[in-house]
Design a protein around this ligand. Structure first.
Ligand SMILES: [Zn+2]
Ligand SMILES: [Zn+2]
Length: 447
């Protein structure tokens, strides 16, 4: 049998010129014999070379054998070779750091120690290690590969991330997760810094808004842009609180997160209540320290804190992909409203029956309402009204239940918004009308 021994010959030629640790030598052959690690590959190559050297010494080629052992000891950091030479009384010079990694891969424990102490303040069940590697390392490795025609290697970065990940996994007993880790640890060699990035925590729930006058998201005062002025009573806000804030404060208390982003499945007007089973939302907690939280307790805390302004229910853990679905589906979901409509003149039962008959599965063309045009793009939406049920309250007042497609502006469906919404209730009755009270009473489940 004739073995092709170029791996050994090439390795010896590399070590003659460059000092390489087991990892960095083995990594040049990373794609060969998959299923072991580079350190074992490098060690095995060096061991075989030491055996060949020993054999040469025993077979009267001492000079060549000692030469190989010296290369292994001085440039290969191979202690077995150093020991054989010292038993033979051969002096060797002190080893140098690894040419490619500068001994980084021999000190993974040090990095692991630093990381373990940094992440002790976080709750997590999975993690991922990443790194920022100085360009010189890749440059040295590239030039070595082209010099010796090496084609089976992998990058330093991928070995570093993987090996440190394995070491941490065994230290802390938690899993490496490539797709959605709770914690991402970045070793930055450029600044000698280790960064810990907890992934956002997503919590789904439904809210009911029991009083009017609360916006969904915090609304900054427009005259002072949040700095505080006479108009906003130096609060910097247009409204004292928001649904987002009423939920965020207890959430941050439970998770010790940095910030909260509120994602609602659509929104109701500030002066509309949100009743029924509530509107779905997802809160995204940035950089949470705690993520194994008791959602039942959190729910109780939010409801206690909100003190009757809002009420949340159905809390459960969620995900980034569910946020996307929430956004997409919120516009195609169905909503039901309770509306109090005031007409500028008397209305009759007949008028209301006409409204009911007209708005059965009726498509409404709606140009962005004048009242929101400053904040939204001016475009025409076509939305469906599924049905309207109406009853007279007094001569010019009617209460209506309106079921329609999400995204339809109800106040404009009532008034017609100077012709921007067509058809409208005012137009069908033939009397100008406005919405005086609005409640959302149902948002069909979207996720
Ligand atoms: Zn190395
Ligand atoms: Zn202000």
């Amino acid at each position: 049998m004739n073995f092709n021994v170029d791996i050994l010959e090439t390795s010896l030629r590399i070590l003659e010129k460059y000092c390489l640790c087991d990892h960095c030598l083995g990594r040049q052959f990373a794609l060969l014999a998959r299923g072991t690690d580079n350190s074992t590959r490098g060690f095995s190559i060096k061991l075989l070379l030491a055996m060949i050297a020993s054999k040469l010494i025993k077979e009267n080629c001492e000079e060549r054998g000692v030469y190989i052992l010296r290369i292994l000891a001085e440039n290969g950091k191979f202690s077995l070779a150093s020991e054989i030479l010292s038993r033979m009384g051969v002096e060797i010079s002190k080893g140098k750091p690894c040419y490619i990694c500068n001994d980084i891969l021999l000190n993974l424990d040090t990095y692991a120690d630093r990381i373990v102490s940094l992440i002790s303040q976080y709750e997590f069940s999975s993690f991922l290690v990443g790194s920022r590697i100085p360009g010189e390392i890749a440059e040295r490795e590239d030039s070595l590969r082209s010099e010796f025609g090496l084609t089976y290697g992998e990058s330093f970065k991928s070995e570093f991330n993987r090996e440190l990940g394995k070491l941490l996994q065994s230290r802390i007993g938690r899993e490496v997760d490539f797709s959605s880790p709770d914690l991402v640890v970045i070793v930055d060699f450029l600044s000698d810094n280790i960064e810990v990035h907890p992934s956002p925590l997503f919590i789904y729930g439904r809210y009911r808004k029991l009083v009017r006058g609360i916006p969904q998201c915090t609304w900054i005062c427009s005259s002072c842009r949040g700095v505080g002025c006479e108009q906003c009573n130096y609060t910097g806000r247009k409204y004292p609180t928001s649904i987002e804030e009423l939920i965020a404060i207890p959430v941050l208390k439970f998770t010790l997160g940095k910030d909260v982003v509120f994602h609602g499945a659509g929104r109701e007007d500030v002066d509309a209540r949100m009743l029924g089973t509530g509107r779905p939302f997802i809160v995204e907690v940035k950089e949470p320290k705690k993520r194994f939280i008791d959602l039942k307790k959190l729910e109780e805390e939010i409801n206690r804190w909100a003190d009757g302004k809002i009420e949340v229910s159905d809390l459960r853990f969620s995900s980034r992909s569910e946020v996307k679905r929430l956004k997409v589906l919120s516009s195609i979901t169905q909503k039901t409203y309770r509306v109090l409509v005031r007409f500028e003149g008397e209305v009759t039962e007949d008028d209301l029956r006409r409204v009911e008959e007209f708005f059965v599965g009726r498509e409404v063309r709606q140009r962005t309402p004048l009242r929101v045009i400053k904040r939204r793009a001016d475009k025409v939406r076509v939305k469906t009204v599924y049905f309207i049920k109406a009853k007279i309250v007094s001569s010019n007042l009617a209460e209506m239940t309106i079921k329609c497609q999400g995204g339809l502006y109800i106040k404009e469906l009532v008034s017609g918004d100077n012709g921007r919404t067509f058809p409208s209730i005012a137009e069908v009755v033939g009397v100008p009308a406005e919405c005086v009270e609005l409640d959302v009473i149902d948002v069909s489940d979207v996720v």
